[in-house]
Ligand binder design. Structure first.
Ligand SMILES: NC(=O)c1ccc[n+]([C@@H]2O[C@H](COP(=O)([O-])OP(=O)(O)OC[C@H]3O[C@@H](n4cnc5c(N)ncnc54)[C@H](OP(=O)(O)O)[C@@H]3O)[C@@H](O)[C@H]2O)c1
Length: 235
């Protein structure tokens, strides 16, 4: 089996929140990293040990994913894993007449990850141990209220992406895992109050879970990891 220092992992949205915590942890564990961010100046390289490439990447730009994957392949000669992390939440529900918000989430939370996975797939197949870890959400598993339809719809689609990668990549040992957290303590939900009995998960905890998913051998396949931050009836 490959050691972490032999593996090259791409992480999207690595400049803050869950992506930053994940990139930090993976760098500390010895992985070689290719980080995709909208603004490369928003990453302080002093935060990273080891060999790290930073590329400009925008989930909503159709050409961006191909360019980032190609750059990663040129620099390292391989891609062993992709962490589909970048995402956005806009609070639109069933009766909100705001197609633009729906489209932004569709592009960012589904089309961007789809294009990135597609661009990396040939290299992931060659790896022999290709991994895709998709930071979805517990909102990709259930809908608590119609007022979150926009985000949930994009994350249900993201779940489908994970399962498509699992199916299509199986014979070449490409494994895909969705991580589905409840509230995580990042900018994304800074304005959300947590009532008694509900918590915010530390981004470092999600990073540990990503590292776990990346570390599993080909024969131990985990499709979904649900991480609750409150008690729910059925999840
Ligand atoms: N926080 C939560 O409660 C929670 C719970 C479940 C799942 N998640 C999921 O976890 C992932 C990370 O979220 P987070 O909590 O770490 O949020 P965050 O702190 O708001 O960070 C979001 C990241 O996504 C990037 N991003 C947004 N739009 C982008 C675009 N068009 N192109 C490229 N990058 C883009 C941001 O880049 P900029 O800095 O350039 O904006 C930033 O790096 C998301 O997919 C989110 O849906 C979050």
């Amino acid at each position: 089996m490959l050691s972490s220092s032999d593996r090259v992992i791409m992480v999207s949205g690595a400049n803050r929140g869950i992506g930053f915590a994940t990139a930090r942890l993976l760098a500390g564990a010895g992985y070689r990293l290719s980080l995709g961010v909208r603004d490369p100046a928003s990453i302080d390289m002093a935060d990273f040990e080891g060999e790290t490439l930073v590329s400009k990447w925008d989930a909503t730009d159709p050409d961006s994913s191909r360019a980032w994957a190609a750059r990663t392949g040129e620099r390292f000669g391989r891609i062993d894993g992709v962490v589909l992390n970048a995402g956005v939440v806009l609070r639109v529900g069933l009766e909100d007449d705001d197609d633009a918000a729906y489209n932004t989430m569709w592009q960012t939370n589904f089309m961007g990850p789809l294009r990135l996975a597609r661009a990396a797939m040939p290299q992931l197949r060659k790896s022999g141990h290709g991994r895709v870890v998709n930071i979805v959400s517990i909102s990709g598993k259930r809908l608590l209220t119609g007022s979150t339809l926009g985000y949930a719809a994009s994350k249900f689609a993201a779940m489908a992406l994970t399962h498509a990668i699992r199916q299509e990549g199986w014979d070449d040992n490409v494994r895909a895992t969705s991580i589905c957290p409840g509230l995580v303590d990042t900018d994304m939900v800074a304005d959300v109050e947590t009532p008694e009995g509900q918590f915010k998960i530390a981004p470092e905890t999600i990073a540990e879970t990503v590292a776990y998913a990346l570390s599993l051998p080909n024969e131990a396949v985990v499709a979904e990891i649900l991480i609750n931050s409150r008690l729910e009836a059925s999840l």
